[in-house]
Write a protein that binds this ligand. Sequence first.
Ligand SMILES: NC(=O)c1ccc[n+]([C@@H]2O[C@H](COP(=O)([O-])OP(=O)(O)OC[C@H]3O[C@@H](n4cnc5c(N)ncnc54)[C@H](OP(=O)(O)O)[C@@H]3O)[C@@H](O)[C@H]2O)c1
Length: 336
Amino acid sequence: MKAAVLTTPGIANLTVQDIAEPEPGPGEVKVRIRASSLNYRDLVTVEGGYGKKQKQEGLIPLSDGAGEVVSVGAGVTAFAPGDRVTPMFFTDWQGGEPNGPAMARALGGSAQGCAAEFGCFPAHGLVHTPKYLTDAEAASTVCAGLTAWQAVVEQGRIRPGDWVLTQGTGGVSIFALQFAKAMGARVIATTSSDAKAARLRELGADHVLNYRDIPDWGKAAKSLTGGAGVDLVVEVGGAGTLNQSLRAIQIGGTIAMIGILAGQTSEINMGFVLMTNSRIQGITVGSREMHQAMYRAMEAHEIRPVISDTFPLDEIRDAMAFQQAGRHFGKVALTI
Ligand SMILES: NC(=O)c1ccc[n+]([C@@H]2O[C@H](COP(=O)([O-])OP(=O)(O)OC[C@H]3O[C@@H](n4cnc5c(N)ncnc54)[C@H](OP(=O)(O)O)[C@@H]3O)[C@@H](O)[C@H]2O)c1
């Protein structure tokens, strides 16, 4: 089968090769993967950024995938050949609170990922794909979608009329905008691009702030809410944006700490945390229960993931360079 394989760290060392097809062991399901999509995390993985936490030799990257069942191993009853399925980011996190063992096996990191024509996954690490989604759309929910779902719904507990602040127009943030609007919330979105601002408005953003033109965008966001502040910040910038998020947050609000696009360390004005009684909540993707809840809500609201550009597997390096340059809006997909 064709697969993208990483021998040594670096996008330039990612090559599409012919390797042996995996066969399902007991409890496993063999899937013909039809599509995948990229996350910022995949760029970090391919550069070797997770060190010993990622598979060292012959890693097949990319957490995201979707396709159909080819065959099942002994004991599998939940899936049958022909079923459309989506492998989960964390194979073993079935539900409840996150813990070490549940988060140990992550596709395209500590375990083989989806940049391949076939993959074998434990049956408990798969969910059925909603009928209305294409494989590329389903794949794009695996990491970015579920992370946004956990931030907005599970941790953010957003209700109609609440204010949500999203940052930039990458995969997580666009899903967060879509989920927040589906929950009846009002959304203030930031971006560095006026062209992308127009697309954010089309997707339902109530206000858009250009974070390059308005460096004090946190204060501007607070003023847009009438002075009270936002209920939830979907924080993908990390340390480099947290001070502005703390300017925007309302008393008792939540900052869902997801990414570090703007840096991992910085001086933070802790006074804002205590004065606002805000909660900074780390998020890592989500569980099977959350994934299924997300799919139920997506089906009910017919939420379609936003795919900005699609590349064939053979052009995975070009796709990664495109994502790295921040030229996308939403998700970059791969057809396999
Ligand atoms: N914790 C988790 O479980 C989890 C899961 C998924 C992702 N993440 C993390 O979340 C972050 C986003 O991931 P992604 O895959 O959605 O990324 P992505 O699609 O590559 O997003 C890139 C976009 O982020 C925006 N951006 C970049 N720097 C920014 C800044 N300083 N302030 C505001 N926006 C900025 C830009 O939007 P504009 O072009 O509009 O300016 C850029 O196009 C990454 O750090 C990733 O590692 C974490």
